[in-house]
Design a protein around this ligand. Sequence first.
Ligand SMILES: NC(=O)c1ccc[n+]([C@@H]2O[C@H](COP(=O)([O-])OP(=O)(O)OC[C@H]3O[C@@H](n4cnc5c(N)ncnc54)[C@H](OP(=O)(O)O)[C@@H]3O)[C@@H](O)[C@H]2O)c1
Ligand SMILES: *[C@@H]1O[C@H](CO)[C@@H](O)[C@H](O)[C@H]1NC(C)=O
Ligand SMILES: *[C@@H]1O[C@H](CO)[C@@H](O)[C@H](O)[C@H]1NC(C)=O
Length: 331
Amino acid sequence: MFALKLIVLIFSISTSIASGTVPTFKLNDGRDMPRFGLGTWLGSMETSGDVKKGEVEDSVKWAIDAGYRHIDTASIYDTEDEVGKAINKKLAEGAVKREDLFVTTKLWNDAHAREAVVPALRKSLETLNLDYVDLYLIHWPIAQYKNGTYYDVDYLETWEGMIEAKKLGLAKSIGVSNFNQQMLERLISKSSIKPAVLQVEINLNLQQPALREYCRQQNIVVTGYTPFGSIFPNKARSDAPPPRVDDPTLVQIANKYNKTVPQIVLRYLVELNVIPIPKTLTKSRVEQNIDIFDFELTQEERDLFKGYDKNYRTIAGKEWIDSPYYPFEKN
Ligand SMILES: NC(=O)c1ccc[n+]([C@@H]2O[C@H](COP(=O)([O-])OP(=O)(O)OC[C@H]3O[C@@H](n4cnc5c(N)ncnc54)[C@H](OP(=O)(O)O)[C@@H]3O)[C@@H](O)[C@H]2O)c1
Ligand SMILES: *[C@@H]1O[C@H](CO)[C@@H](O)[C@H](O)[C@H]1NC(C)=O
Ligand SMILES: *[C@@H]1O[C@H](CO)[C@@H](O)[C@H](O)[C@H]1NC(C)=O
């Protein structure tokens, strides 16, 4: 009986991940989180200037139509309003139900005081025009006034505000972003509620095996931001390690599955149990990126991908290097 149940369980896991619909993870607070999402950060000031009003709204609508149920935004992205418009239009059309969507937003560095957290979330909810978010994240462990100077708020204090937000039902789950392992250990040992999710940069050049293993042991789900890393030549810094999207070996593997190189890269992250949240404002790419749940890489291919890990960070937040809470290597 037990063996049969086990076989059924294994079968259902392997089919759910290959059947073409997006599977979910069970979070440590009992809620479900889709294992794939849409990013909505428009990039640095220099690059985001070209984006026209309505483009983010369109991408979110295309995404929901294409089967995305998980959308990632943040108050600092200045995209909450368009994300909210798209979601509310799709809800009004009856295309999707609120309980089937998973919406994440993030607390900015200037609202880290315990009593500032709930008001900051209420402001985000007002901009989103939603009653709650599914996940609220501390965006960075760093506290900063609006004028940019640091202020001395420990993220343990900020986390107490996050717990209040959860108790009020304004955020169904709470988590952190850009925390390192030592920060997570400290947070877990000193707080009554564990983060459900850690969102950090994960891509071919920065696979973070030790941090992922720690999160697995702690039952913390890992979302991977900037999932494409440096594969697109127009986005890669000159010192970024290979591969690029035209790498012949990757092209060959992609062709074998009738997929594109961006798709096999995203698929690899899914197979690492990471939740990728690629951003695109291009309809065909919105649709292409999520179309990765009907095939599986071989062990040999996964080993090849593993070899691209060079501990190379694209988002280092170096402007905060002098903060006592700077989370990354300082060199
Ligand atoms: N927590 C944090 O601190 C943090 C930091 C960074 C990012 N994030 C989150 O993670 C999300 C994703 O990261 P990201 O935006 O930095 O980078 P990304 O998703 O790795 O890359 C986005 C870029 O890839 C292009 N692209 C997307 N799909 C493509 C495809 N199939 N073929 C060719 N090009 C494609 C997009 O172009 P087009 O748009 O022109 O199509 C865009 O220029 C963000 O949007 C944000 O939600 C969080
Ligand atoms: C930045 O803002 C804080 C809080 O309002 C203030 O105490 C501090 O003097 C300001 N610093 C600068 C350099 O303007
Ligand atoms: C290959 O993928 C494309 C795009 O998804 C699809 O239209 C086409 O039918 C696929 N071809 C095969 C042989 O599966």
